[in-house]
Design a protein around this ligand. Sequence first.
Ligand code: ZN
Length: 112
Amino acid sequence: MSYGTTGGPRYCERCGGTFFPKYDYAKLCYPCWRRRQDAEGLLDIAEMEISRLKEIAAEAERRAAMARGQAEGIPADMLKVMLLLCHPDKHGNSQASNRVTTWLLQQRGKSA
Ligand SMILES: [Zn+2]
């Protein structure tokens, strides 16, 4: 319901009140247009806040996953392979291989 002419009275699509459009394409009275602009501004702010919070949540999830990984220790099958790879027999009974093997054996109890 519109009178269709710029300058002539027109019905606001939102509140139904009459207004004199400043532009031919105007479908809302000024107060309704203002409210929509404000709402869009708030929507922009809300969307930015949502993406900010999503980033925080993703970071928290990443940290939680890391913490879980640390708490779970070295997976048992990986530990077995690592023990094989650094076994002192294969490294001339070196101090380093003994040290690493001892440490790996200590990790055994920590893994789930
Ligand atoms: Zn209106």
